[in-house]
Design a protein around this ligand. Structure first.
Ligand SMILES: *Cc1c(COP(=O)(O)O)cnc(C)c1O
Length: 818
């Protein structure tokens, strides 16, 4: 029961009154507007500022406490933090959501509109960046003192617009009007140096290296508080913004060169303008390396300052700090740490190396050869001459030791060396990260096994025992509790309120999997979520989809290995089959796609056009009305994911086996009751192990079979196509211009690619995928059985909470108590 205070109003009502007063005060005094004239955005800012005040007290209190008790801190270095909108996260995790909704309601304002007025912080590209965001939330929840370090991009990733079916890129302007969440820390500014030369001096018979850089840029800190569940703890996400050391060349300006006077400013500020500038040009490549060093150097200077301030010297750094490298993007940190210890603090090499290699750990996210980062030596030397010296030194010691331990295997050296001698000599950041870290982790059981067998096989022999697995996870606060309140309410009723703190209690749902009443409730919740998505489709695309259809969802970055194309081939085959056999038991489907392609990725952009061209044909064909629709929702981001995922019936996870390191979209969808159709790849395997073979649709070659076929070179794509009349018909239709009558040859490159090379083995898996989709139809036509399978999925997803993942990192990699 709510308590009543002496004034006669309940605590709850008083809390609402306080929230109302706080919002109005912010509206008047901070936004500077009369509430009568406020826009939705004004309400968002006022509400966010009122919420932020609550956070700030906890934030500062937590910082004082962890400083006082000398706890080990975790530093998570990532080029991406895909945090999305913050308002609901903050209010919900502080258990203020209902209070603020009521307060706004009393003011005549719908909180839903206020939420929508917040721009997405699109500081990431996909799964890797979203993982960093989920991890920050879980670290706060588990009370681990942590800093996230990254870049405060003015524009993040681009905004995707679909024009005539083609992807177009426009700058994302999330910071246009500032953001109420961050605190500018002008006093936390560091010099970041680039270029120049290195002078060698001998002092007391010891060689010293003095770097004379040719350029200095300032890194300025902005802190965004990340709130843990139930407000338990608040950690900073510290993002660096680039500024010129001299904002204006006054002498040039006074000579009348007003543009030239600002050119240094523009060159410096470019560093924190956009995520993933195109690296097709040399200038683009250089900018990318400048970004990486910029945020790494600022972050290390910052954490070392903090350590020295509290503990006095650097010898104890490994006991007080754990630095996690999210992929190789921040791997230059190994060299930067050594430089700081050797040159700025005069430590001996062995001592510096001991500190460095017992502080760092590295997460590998991909084994695709084209995605493993390397830098041309001349570029690296021009930008970071001292770091290249240090890397050569690290490499020499490493190769000497390897030679000694493996005297009969000289060929081992070229594989474990940091320098790739082929291809014009390049620095391999994966090798550097591996050699400089005490622990290297993969992100799913399969991916970790493949790491040991392929890319890092030899390094794993030289440094055995360093590789561990940490299967990814997702935060249930955002991906269940906030995005699917209907399902959350039911889970609280059936499994008990404690389920919000102990996800393993979701398992209790399974006891009721056969209960028709529960099945009906689950189906009703799903349907309500689908109605919300239907409205989004109508608003954004201008046509209707039926909530009673099967919502078949593939939402993720557009990439050939993820095989959106395989899904499109099946869509065309289904379209043909429905037309030839209209009375068969097809499950009525809406195929839903969303995802961005990298701006320079021509093949992926053509596949987006294909999806849109197929959609146009299918959606306008009356003969498949009510049976098939195709939807491409533009500008996939966290907020759109939060709407699509609770509404999904089927989750497409169909990458070529061995290529998706983990996936996390697969986890979000299964947790929300979508059944997975997927290959035995990444975390799909662990999802299958948890939900059981009967509650997932598995198809296609295994990773081992993929390797075997590649080795054997057979069967070829030609063989596969010859063996499948249906596939041949689909390829002929697309290649012959059935979906592109305005340009019949438009998709020829796609079809020719499949016929000649088929790098991602679509023709090998097509028939098996088709058969799995028909098993989907069959189950969909038995609604009780379908819902039962959905219930079993939800009930068995607790292990995929990022709280579990982070607890494993804490215990086994970082050695911090939880
Ligand atoms: C979870 C998520 C991803 C990752 O999806 P995958 O299917 O694992 O590739 C990408 N983008 C956004 C916005 C996400 O929320």
């Amino acid at each position: 029961m709510l308590q009543t205070n002496t004034a006669g109003t309940s605590d709850y009502e008083q809390a609402i009154a306080e929230a109302k007063a706080a919002i109005i005060a912010k509206m008047t005094l901070s936004v500077g507007k009369d509430p009568g004239y406020a826009t939705d955005r004004d309400w968002f800012v006022a509400t966010a500022l009122a919420a932020r005040d609550r956070v700030t007290h906890r934030f500062l209190g937590g910082k004082r406490a962890s400083k006082a008790d000398g706890k080990k801190r975790v530093y998570y270095l990532s080029l991406e933090f895909l945090i999305g909108r913050q308002l609901t996260d903050v209010l919900y995790n502080f258990e203020l959501y209902d209070i603020f909704r009521a307060a706004l309601g009393d003011l005549g304002v719908d909180i839903e509109r206020v939420r929508e007025a917040e721009p997405d912080a699109a500081l990431g590209n996909g799964g890797l960046g979203r993982l960093a965001a989920c991890f920050m939330e879980s670290m706060a929840t588990l009370g681990i003192p942590a800093y996230g370090y990254g870049i405060r991009y003015d524009h993040g990733l681009f905004r995707q617009v679909i024009k005539d079916g083609w992807q177009q890129e426009f700058p994302e302007t999330w910071l246009e009007n500032g953001t109420p969440w961050e605190f500018l820390r002008s006093d936390v500014t560091y010099d970041i140096r680039f270029g120049g030369s290195v002078e060698t001096k001998t002092v007391n018979n010891v060689p010293r290296f003095i770097w004379h850089p040719s350029e200095v840029v300032h890194a300025v800190a902005y802190d965004t508080p990340i709130v843990g569940w139930r407000g338990s703890n608040v950690n900073p996400l510290r993002l660096w913004s680039a500024r010129a050391a001299d904002p204006i060349a006054l002498s040039l300006f006074n000579k009348g060169d007003h543009v030239g006077a600002l050119s240094d400013q523009a060159r410096s500020a470019a560093i924190s303008k956009v995520l993933y500038p195109s690296d097709e040009t040399a200038a683009g490549q250089e900018l990318r390396l400048r970004q990486e060093y910029f945020f790494v150097s600022a972050s290390l200077q910052d954490l070392i300052n903090r350590h020295i301030r509290i503990y006095g010297d650097l010898y104890s750094l490994p006991d007080r700090a754990a630095i996690q490298l999210n992929d190789t993007h921040p791997a230059v940190a190994i060299a930067e740490m050594m430089r700081i210890l050797l040159d700025d603090h005069n430590l001996r090499w062995d001592e510096a190396w001991r500190i460095t290699s017992s502080t760092f750990s590295y997460t590998n996210h991909t084994l695709l050869p084209e995605a493993l980062e390397t830098w041309p030596l001349p570029l690296f030397e021009r930008l970071l001459p001292r770091h290249l010296q240090i890397i050569y030194f690290i490499n020499n010691l490493h190769l000497e030791a390897t030679k000694k331990n493996f005297p009969n295997e000289p060929e081992l050296l070229s594989s474990v060396s940091i320098i790739d001698e082929r291809d014009g000599r390049r620095l391999r950041m994966g090798q550097l990260a591996f050699i400089g870290s005490h622990t290297i982790n993969g992100v799913s059981a399969l991916h970790t096994d493949l790491m040991k067998e392929t890319t890092f096989r030899d390094l794993n022999r030289v440094y055995p025992g360093r590789i561990q697995n940490k299967t990814n996870g997702i935060t249930f606060r955002r991906w269940l509790q906030q995005s699917n309140p209907g399902l959350t309410k039911l889970l609280c009723e059936v499994c008990g309120e404690e389920v919000l703190d102990k996800p393993e209690l979701i398992k209790r749902l399974e006891e009721h999997a056969d209960d028709p009443a529960l099945q009906q409730r689950i189906a009703k919740i799903k349907r309500a979520n689908k109605v919300v998505l239907c409205k989004i489709v109508t608003d954004r695309l201008g046509f209707r989809v039926e909530a009673d259809s099967l919502f078949d969802v593939q939402i993720k970055r557009q990439h050939e290995y993820k095989r959106q194309l395989l899904n499109l081939l099946e869509t065309v085959a289904l379209y043909d089959a429905i037309r030839s056999n209209p009375t068969a038991d097809w499950a009525p489907r809406v195929k839903i796609f969303a995802g961005k392609a990298a701006a320079s990725y021509v093949a992926a952009k053509l596949i987006i056009k294909l999806a849109n061209d197929i959609a146009k044909t299918v959606n306008n064909d009356p003969s498949v009305q009510g049976k098939l629709k195709v939807v491409f929702l533009p500008n996939y981001n966290v907020s759109l994911a939060e709407k699509i995922i609770p509404a999904a019936d089927l989750s497409e996870q169909i990458s070529t086996a061995g290529m998706e390191a983990s996936g996390t979209g697969n986890m979000k969808l299964a947790l929300n009751g979508a059944l997975t159709i997927g290959t035995l790849d990444g975390a799909n395997i662990e999802i299958k192990d948890n939900v059981g073979d009967d509650n997932i649709f598995i198809f296609g070659l295994t990773a081992a079979e993929v390797e075997e076929r590649k080795r054997a070179g057979a069967p070829t794509a030609t063989d596969n196509i010859a063996a499948s009349p249906m596939l041949r018909q689909v390829l002929d239709a697309i290649g012959g211009g059935v979906f592109s009558p305005d340009d019949p040859n438009r998709f020829k490159p796609i079809i020719d690619g499949l016929r000649s090379q088929d790098r991602y083995m679509l023709t090998d898996d097509f028939d098996s995928y088709w058969a799995a989709q028909r098993r989907v139809d069959e189950l969909w036509n038995q609604p009780e059985k379908w819902t039962r399978a959905a219930i079993v999925n939800i009930a068995n997803m607790a292990w995929f909470s990022s709280d579990r993942t982070i607890a494993e990192y804490a215990e086994q990699i970082w050695k911090v108590p939880v």
